[in-house]
Design a protein around this ligand. Structure first.
Ligand code: ZN
Length: 131
C-alpha cells in the first residue's frame, strides 16, 4: 500500500490545498515549518528516475504557482523547494513528491550541504561522465 496513492483516492484524509487532473497538493502532516506543503502526482511514480519530463514540467509549474500563493498567504519571503529520491537522499514515501517549505527566522530547520574539494582534473572527469 502506498500512503500517497491512498490520499489521492481519498481513502486517507488530507488537507488538500490544490487539485487538478494530474496532481494534488496537501499540507504535510509533519509541518517541518508552518505551511509545509507537498505536491504529489496522482499517478504512482516512484522517484525522479521514473518521472517523465511532461509530468515533471506540470508538477514544477504547480510548485511555482503554489510557492507564490503560499508566500503571499503566509507573508513569507524565504522558502526551500525540495525533492528527495531514494532512502540515502531521505525519501520516506516511495511516491514522487516535491516539498514546499516556507522558512522563518529561527525556525530551527537545518538543511546542510557538505563540501568536496575537487581538482580541475576531477571536475573534468565528472563533466565527461555526465555530458
Ligand atoms: Zn503511490
Amino acid at each position: 500500500m502506498c500512503v500517497f496513492c491512498e490520499i489521492v483516492k481519498g481513502n486517507i484524509p488530507s488537507y488538500k490545498v490544490y487539485e487538478d487532473d494530474v496532481c494534488i497538493a496537501i499540507l504535510d502532516i509533519s509541518q517541518a515549518t508552518i505551511g509545509h506543503t507537498l505536491v504529489i502526482p496522482k499517478k504512482h511514480v516512484e522517484n525522479i528516475f521514473s518521472l517523465d519530463s511532461e509530468l515533471a514540467s506540470h508538477l514544477f509549474k504547480v510548485v511555482s504557482e503554489l510557492a507564490k500563493k503560499i508566500s503571499i498567504a503566509l507573508g513569507v519571503k524565504n522558502m526551500n523547494i525540495l525533492n528527495n529520491n531514494g532512502s540515502l537522499a531521505g525519501q520516506s514515501v516511495d511516491h514522487f513528491h516535491i516539498h514546499i517549505i516556507p522558512r522563518y527566522e529561527g525556525d530551527n530547520l537545518e538543511i546542510k550541504f557538505a563540501s568536496n574539494k575537487l581538482t580541475p582534473e576531477e571536475f573534468n572527469d565528472l563533466l565527461n561522465k555526465i555530458k
